[in-house]
Design a protein around this ligand. Structure first.
Ligand SMILES: Nc1ncnc2c1ncn2[C@@H]1O[C@H](COP(=O)(O)OP(=O)(O)OP(=O)(O)O)[C@@H](O)[C@H]1O
Length: 228
């Protein structure tokens, strides 16, 4: 399933005025495609992910996940859609200190109606997919920064999403580890046929993506420059 945004605008109220965070944003991400969105601080990258995920409603325009128009979808339906069709990888892994890697993935699985045993099996399998075979019993303090980010990605894959939205996953990592995280995103995007949007300020990672757009003052433009 693809992600489609058409003519999307987002205004935030700011006292008497409004701040326009997104203006006339149109894009389509196909299944199996990894799209990078780059742009300077405050350009609208997080806002783009917030509206794409349905966490924030756009002020203008429309958004579809596959053939579902989510623009005005009632809150409950939207929550259900997020649980099963949209995966979100936040910048900080936000792992729970007392839980093992597998438990981080299992903890919300009752909401998807999976049995504890099936959830456990899937968690272990996904951890292996992201390169953490045998580390399912580790708690976050015994994982490296890159490994924690891998758990974060595996957790987002638990619901078998059709759309994956990833916010600056490499910002806390050195170049080498960051590059490996983007490679992993490339692999899972192709393998599972997911439409993935990767927000990154780091243009060095663009060679692993299919396409890149840049965002400036809330507006998209083609191809961000490759550097380094
Ligand atoms: N809740 C809010 N209320 C008012 N203005 C906001 C709000 N969130 C973001 N903005 C404004 O919207 C614009 C876009 O912000 P956004 O967070 O999407 O940018 P960004 O590209 O993700 O920035 P960064 O790279 O620094 O995280 C900025 O001008 C920001 O100040």
């Amino acid at each position: 399933m693809s992600l489609t945004m058409y003519g999307v605008g987002l205004d935030y109220p700011d006292g008497e005025r409004t701040v326009t965070a997104l203006e006339d944003v149109s894009l389509r991400v196909a299944p199996g495609e990894l799209l990078a969105v780059t742009g300077p601080s405050g350009s609208g990258k997080s806002s783009l992910l917030a509206v794409a995920s349905g966490l924030v409603r756009p002020t203008r325009g429309s958004i579809s996940v596959g053939d579902s128009d989510v623009t005005d979808m009632p809150g409950r339906e939207l929550s259900a859609l997020r649980l099963t069709r949209i995966g979100i990888v936040f910048q900080q892994p936000n792992l729970v200190g007392s839980l093992t890697a597998a438990e981080q993935l299992q903890v919300t699985e009752h909401m998807r109606g999976r049995s504890a045993r099936k959830a456990r099996d899937r968690a272990v399998q996904l951890l292996a997919t992201v390169g953490l075979a045998g580390k399912q019993h580790r708690r976050p303090h015994r994982l490296s920064g890159g490994e924690r980010q891998r758990v974060n990605i595996a957790r987002a894959l638990m619901g078998s999403p059709e759309v994956l939205l990833v916010d600056e996953p490499t910002s806390a990592l050195d170049r080498e580890r960051g590059a490996r995280i983007v490679e992993l995103l490339r692999e899972v995007t192709s393998h599972y046929g997911i439409a993935t949007v990767l927000v990154t300020h780091d243009t060095r990672h663009l060679s692993h993506t299919d396409r890149a757009v840049s965002i400036v003052d809330g507006r998209l433009s083609d191809a961000a420059p490759h550097e380094g």
